[in-house]
Ligand binder design. Structure first.
Ligand code: BJW
Ligand code: ZN
Length: 241
């Protein structure tokens, strides 16, 4: 059954002229990076409160705890490697990768940087919390402690998008345009429960595009299914170069 679905998906992808990939934490799960939700025992939001660690209010209340938590995640990422799913995607460098992931595993797998839209920012950089424009690459192995911006003295923070924050405008517009213009949207390892990102699936569906979903579990995207091909299984096994 799964083999037949994979074959159908492969044929659809080969026929499509403009394929776009939309990925989430499940893509990096088999690299040892925890997902946020779902049944995985390590899912971050089953162990930590997102409003304390990934929101403006959480950072305002206790910035040092937020930075310590990101340091732990950065060190985990330092020793992670791209898995077979990242490598399968990297084998098609012309495909646009829209990802909610803040890790750099697609880049490390060889996807050209110009082909990746990080909707929720990047954990490999810090930026000024006051938005003065200061941005710095950080060491994943030895991440910085809580510190101040060299330019304006405000606190520095991970260059990721927290709850209640807007997505980077240019990147979001580019993602919307790409989904609207695609023939086929390949959705990999996302619970499709965080907006506006998850709205990209609805956008592609309402434009009549074929949507292929690869996930180990049912997701919100399946529930809103139209024009969809749903492959239940790990992207590590389902995606092949
Ligand atoms: C596998 C697998 C394998 C596992 N193979 N599959 C009510 C309704 C609608 C919206 C809202 C609402 N209330 C509030 C909102 C807005 C809010 C939101 O959507 N909340 C919902 C939770 C309800 N959104 C926002 O706040 C966004 N901004 C915004 O809306 O701006 C406008 C605004 C401005 C001002 C005021 C108010 C609004 C910003 C969202 C930012 C999300 N940030 C995070 C943290 C990033 C930084 C960090 O990493 O620390 O982004 S939260 C977290 O969720 C992270 C992810 O990118 C994001 C999505 O998660 P994802 O990738 O889908 O992962 P999981 O874990 O959920 O799913 C993994 C899936 O993989 C599972 O399905 C598994 O089954 C599967 N899987 N192994 C294949 N091997
Ligand atoms: Zn600053």
């Amino acid at each position: 059954m799964q083999d037949a679905l994979i074959k159908e998906a492969r044929e659809t992808l080969l026929k499509a002229e403009r394929v776009v990939v939309f990925s989430g934490a499940g893509l990096s799960a088999e690299s040892g990076i925890s997902t946020f939700r779902g049944t995985e025992e390590n899912a971050l939001w089953s162990r930590y409160d997102p409003m304390k660690l990934a929101s403006l209010a959480g950072f305002a209340a206790d910035p040092a705890t937020v930075i310590d938590w990101y340091s732990w995640r950065r060190q985990t990422l330092a020793s992670a490697e791209p898995n077979r799913a990242h490598l399968a995607l990297a084998a098609h460098p012309a495909i646009l990768q829209i990802t909610q992931n803040v890790d750099d595993l697609l880049e490390r797998a060889g996807v050209p940087v110009s082909q990746i839209l990080h909707l929720h920012g990047s954990i490999i950089k810090d930026r000024c919390h006051a938005n003065c424009g200061e941005e710095e690459s950080i060491s994943l192995k030895e991440p910085p402690a809580l510190r101040r911006c060299n330019k304006c003295g405000a606190l520095m923070r991970p260059a990721v998008v927290w709850f209640g924050e807007s997505l980077p405008a240019g990147i979001w517009q580019e993602a919307e345009r790409a989904c609207r213009q695609s023939d086929c949207l390949l959705v990999v390892g996302t619970s499709a429960s965080v907006y506006p990102a998850a709205g990209l699936i609805d956008l592609a569906q309402s434009a009549g595009r074929k949507v292929i979903i690869v996930n180990t579990e049912m997701s919100e995207a399946d529930i809103r299914a139209q024009h969809e091909l749903i492959i239940a299984g790990s992207c590590r096994n389902c995606l092949r170069a």
